[in-house]
Design a protein around this ligand. Structure first.
Ligand code: ADP
Ligand code: MG
Length: 697
């Protein structure tokens, strides 16, 4: 689909060609990602007002916006709390008050009784009748206030007003008649035959004609909206695919599978790998043998045993003479990996290094040196691993745990750590957040995917019970009993507030009450406001069974492993999303004892909360839960933009548009194989020039 037209393309027309764009405005627009006329067309409205039709006062509802055509009944300047101008108007169906706090004498004189006006504004309930505060208005003799199309509102920035953006998009739309805008998506690829062509879609989204389905436009369900969202998703997927192509142009270490060292490690384990672990390990090993950089995501539910798979991959890399880095998002988690890896590797004569933010300067210096000199073959740590002064002698494998805390940029930072001129380290990313397939294809299009879809044998599914908060007393008694019989217990406090200090406060209240009710229990508290050193110390005490009961905020969500903990109470469970509940619950059920999770909830439950709690009771399967979570909350919530690692979308939304994702992959693959020369233009159109990391590949 190469453009056959000779008309100049819109992305070659600089924005300064538009009227009203001088150097200073151009600079501000550049801040919004607008450099040329095409960019103006792809700067899309996020909402609309309907000023195309007159409303009758008698039918106005508070909260709506409307244009009315009225006659002034009475204007009066009053001094109550504030000096204000009140203008009472009527259109024969009812009266409305216009209220101004800022006005001048000329305005007051304008509103003589009998003057005909058209006003536009938001309708509010006033003391005596409906009002508009500071409406836009026009004296009728000056022309009608009605617009031909719905009025768009654009994302803006300081010093650029809506009217400016409207004038710009007016001009840019007019350019469409004279200039070419390439539609890279072959029409036969658009399954949804409802969708208009690109130019019509843009015209509709910028200037919806009267009678257009505004609610469909606002909710993203309008075919024009969907057409653009589809193209944006294609652009993002292609961006990630290109990243991948680019990475795979590099070489990577050839790491032969089944090294002696790895076999020794495998034989030293106290268990045998599950079928799923072995299969995923084989996929990883086959990948590392080829000399092409591995870019692989290993998904596995909590407790599925991802760590040992990573360790076996590491053993092969070390045996082949390469260094391995393992990175986790928190100190607690990184330390746990350090313990496991030390346990496994040191008996084989390989020391495991440690690099975290809390090392003292001298320790840090010697750790960094050991890594740079190549004395340290395996190093575990937090994001401290990808700081600038950390260099590896020959990094062969970078392992990242709990990927959803890291974005694509961090992934690339670590990848580049081990990069020489033409060689990249292999990359293995582990996540416990199962991602439905279609979503993964778009959000992680730069990665291959392996799934550990089986739990180690003997795991008993966690028995999940829901109880209203009124039965808290019984629950506390149950906790006491469990502790008396030697079990350890988590008590999770949740608050809807994002504020860590409020969460901490609630947790402190809870621990005080629990300490009173369970005087013989050893209770610890972790929350997000503790220094990580103190948090780790308490986790460590809980792990070594010096504490019976751990009161915690949701900070314990990520991968902590305390097999002896077999009871968890989650307060206000109705406030948490499914994925979060599942992650939390995954902290129990790690040992051989039957575990229980009690969801305490505040009645009455909303329909949605009821559904969440019932799913938690019904299943322990992370993939089922993830899919449900997606249905209930949408992908943005499930993944978070940070998690997808993509630039923010302008118009698409992964959850809402998830029905298009199959089409998105088909179109992307088609474009890559049939017209790769168009791919960069499409990426640039949606992601922009600034994003050199993948827009500018
Ligand atoms: P996750 O996938 O959540 O990171 P881990 O790697 O922490 O899970 O493993 C959870 C626990 O299961 C660990 O204590 C680990 O030693 C154990 N484990 C892993 N694989 C097996 C297996 N095949 N059989 C029995 N236990 C296993
Ligand atoms: Mg883990």
């Amino acid at each position: 689909m190469v453009a056959t037209t000779t008309r100049p393309a819109l992305d070659t027309v600089p924005i300064t060609k538009l009227k009203g764009v001088g150097a200073s405005v151009a600079e501000k627009l550049a801040g919004l990602g607008m450099h040329n006329v095409q960019d103006v067309l792809f700067h899309l409205p996020f909402r609309y007002q309907d000023r195309t039709q007159l409303a009758k006062i008698g039918s106005l509802r508070p909260g709506s916006e409307a244009v009315v055509s009225v006659e002034v009944v009475l204007a009066d300047v009053v001094f109550r709390k504030r000096r204000s101008l009140l203008v009472r108007v009527n259109d024969g169906t009812g009266s409305l008050m216009l209220r101004f706090f800022h006005f001048n004498q000329k305005q007051v004189q304008q509103f003589t009784p009998g003057t005909k006006l058209q006003c536009f504004g938001e309708v509010r309930r006033g003391p005596s009748m409906l009002e508009m505060v500071h409406p836009e208005y026009r004296i009728q003799s000056q022309g009608a206030a009605l617009e031909d199309t719905l009025t768009p509102f654009y994302p803006t920035t300081e010093g650029v007003q809506q009217p400016t953006l409207r004038k710009l998009s007016d001009q840019a739309l007019a350019y469409l008649d004279e200039h070419a805008l390439v539609d890279w998506i072959p029409p036969e690829q658009l399954q949804d035959s409802n969708m208009p062509d690109l130019v019509s879609a843009l015209k509709m989204v910028h200037r919806p004609t009267p009678g257009a389905d505004v609610s469909a436009l606002m909710s993203g369900m309008h075919p024009a909206h969907r057409r653009l969202a589809l193209e944006e998703l294609v652009a993002h997927r292609l961006g990630l695919r290109l990243l991948r192509v680019q990475a795979q142009r590099n070489q990577a270490p050839v790491i032969p599978a089944k090294a002696e060292l790895a076999e020794q490690l495998k034989n030293s384990l106290s268990f045998t790998l599950t079928g799923a672990q072995q299969r995923v390990l084989d996929e990883v090993l086959a990948n590392m043998e080829t000399g092409e950089p591995m870019l692989r995501l290993v998904q596995g539910d909590v407790g599925s045993g991802k760590t040992v798979v990573a360790a076996l991959a590491a053993a092969n890399a070390v045996a082949a003479g390469y260094q391995v880095a393992l990175m986790a998002p928190t100190e607690i988690l990184a330390e746990q990996h350090l313990l496991n890896f030390s346990d496994w590797f040191e008996s084989l004569g390989i020391s495991v290094g440690w690099l975290s933010g809390k090392l003292r300067v001298a320790q840090r210096r010697s750790a960094i040196e050991a890594v740079a000199m190549g004395q340290q073959r395996i190093v575990v740590g937090t994001h401290a691993l990808f700081q600038n002064d950390v260099e590896f002698e020959n990094l062969g494998l970078a392992i990242i745990d709990e990927q959803h805390r890291f974005g694509v940029h961090q992934r690339m930072a670590l990848r580049n750590k081990g990069a020489s001129e033409s060689s990249l380290p292999h990359q293995l990313i582990m996540t416990a957040t199962p991602i439905p397939r279609t979503l993964a294809m778009t959000a992680y299009a730069d990665l291959d995917c392996s799934i550990i879809d089986e739990l180690p044998p003997g795991r008993k599914p966690v028995n999940t019970i829901a109880m209203p908060a009124t039965r808290r007393g019984d629950v506390v008694a149950g906790v006491g009993k469990a502790i008396a019989s030697g079990q350890q217990v988590y008590w999770v406090c949740t608050l809807i507030e994002e504020s860590e200090s409020l969460q901490a406060e609630a947790a402190e209240d809870t621990i005080a009450t629990l300490a009173e009710l369970l005087p013989s229990c050893r209770i610890g508290l972790v929350h997000g406001r503790l220094k990580s050193r103190d948090k780790d110390a308490i986790m460590q005490q809980f792990k070594s069974q010096e504490l019976d009961l751990l009161v915690a905020t949701t900070v314990i969500e990520v991968g902590v492993d305390v097999p002896n903990a077999s009871l968890m109470v989650i307060e206000n469970a109705e406030r948490l999303g499914l994925s979060q509940l599942h992650q939390l619950r995954g902290r129990v059920g790690r040992g051989s004892a039957q575990s229980t999770c009690i969801l305490l909830y505040q009645a009455p439950l909303s329909q949605n909360a009821k559904e969440r709690i019932s799913i938690m009771r019904k299943t322990n399967d992370g993939f089922v839960i993830a899919q449900k979570d997606l249905d209930l909350r949408g992908a943005g919530e499930v993944l978070g933009t940070r998690q997808t690692g993509l630039a923010e979308f302008r118009i698409a939304e992964l959850g809402r548009d998830s029905d298009m994702l199959d089409t998105v992959s088909e179109i992307s693959d088609h474009l890559l194989s049939h017209s790769p020369e168009n791919v960069k233009g499409l990426i640039r159109r949606w992601i922009g020039e600034e994003r050199k990391d993948y827009g500018g590949v």
